[in-house]
Structure formats: C-alpha cells, structure tokens
Design a protein around this ligand. Sequence first.
Ligand code: SAM
Length: 235
Amino acid sequence: METYQISPLGTIRSPYKQKFAIPRQPRLIPEARAQLEFSGEFNREEFVRGLADFSHIWLLFRFHETADKGWSPLVRPPRLGGNEKKGVFATRATFRPNAIGMSAVKLEDICYKNGKLWLELSGIDLLDGTPILDVKPYLPYSDSLPDATAGFADTRPETELEVCFSEQAIAFCMKQQNKHPDLYQFIAKVLKQDPRPAYKKSKGGVQNYGMCLYDFNIKWKIENNLNTVLEISHQ
Ligand code: SAM
C-alpha cells in the first residue's frame, strides 16, 4: 500500500490541557479561544494573504494524543450512551485510521508580530499541542448543507444540567478579568455539556471531578442535575 509523509504546518495553543471535558465538536463553546502558531517554512505572511476575508476556517489536524493507540472498525459513540457500536466511518471518533480530524472554527484575527505568524481562533474542540496539517477557508455556499441529516447525531447535544459557582470560584474568576474576561462563562459552558463518561451519568450520589483549563485546576461536584464549581486554583 502507498504511504505518505505529512508534516504539520503549525501547532494549536489551547486552554484544553487534557482530553477530559473538551467539547465533542467545534463551536459548541464560543469562549474556547486558541491560537494556531505557524512553524518552519509556514511561518510567513504570504501563506495567509486573503484569509482575513473569511469568517471561518477548516482545520485538518492529527489526533496526536491518541494516534499511537490504534483503532478498530467499530466504536461506541458517547452520544449513544457508550452502549451501541457503529462503524468508525459513521462516527467522528478520535480512534480512526490515519488519526485525522477536522473542525470548522471561527477566525477571530490574523497576527504577525516579532517574526511570528499566528491565527486567533474561537470555538475550538482541540487539545493543546494539536498538530495542524492544513487550513482551508470555510465556504458557506458549499460547506453548509441545511437539508443534511445526521443519524444519531442529528441535533446539537443539550443537557438538563445547572451550573453554579462557590464564592471562592466566583472571586477567582473576577481576579482573572484582565487576562481571561470570559473565564466564568467558559467554565460554566464546559460543565453544562456534562463531560462525565457515559457510564457515570446513570450513577447517583455525589460525584467529584477535576479538570485543567489554561493553567487553572478546577474542582467541581455533581449531584442530581446540579454541577457546583467548588474551587479554582493556579497549577
Ligand atoms: N471536530 C473533530 C472531528 O470531527 O474530526 C473532532 C471530533 S472528536 C469527537 C473531539 C474530541 O477529540 C474532543 O472531545 C477531544 O476529546 C478529542 N481531541 C481533541 N484534540 C485531540 C488530539 N490532539 N488528540 C486526541 N484527541 C483529541
């Protein structure tokens, strides 16, 4: 079989430092800001000439964190509660041949400073350090298909969860206003989507969790339909 060599053109700098709690698709959390830093021969402004006229772009990337963990022809989509198997090509699973992902994200800005080229993006669903293989403008007349159907993933995932913050957590977010003005909303939306693994969702009682966003440790508990952010601290 023919093989190809692919070199990344840049790397994503993202607030998501671990897979846990990353949304399953782009644009579900608009507050998720990231940078695409171009590297090597791609660190040149001419590669993005004209791109500023587009509001959204496609990112093709490598699922680098899981790429060496293999794949199988059948996967259990979390949308189906993790109980039903679908063919890998009927899903957007990370464990797939060639480990290639694609996300349409908002292009906020194009920056070039001190010899460094990067794109400011929002609504991303990518882990920090994700290698980017290609960038293409999003073309609404062709890429938007209002009549398309999407099987088990036909609607945007919604949950019944409420999210509240402890006094300490609110005060912490307030202190970050300058650097991270959307921190409160960002955390609330990440938790609202219920990042728990499917098998935990049917379990009752109080469940405690932790996650990392930016360089913050966030601890929360979930009881019934209420997520409470207990404590936020610096790493
Ligand atoms: N929008 C892309 C797609 O459809 O190809 C990604 C969908 S995939 C279901 C989204 C999940 O990929 C995220 O929830 C996160 O857990 C995982 N993920 C994001 N970046 C990753 C990376 N660099 N390596 C491995 N997994 C990653």
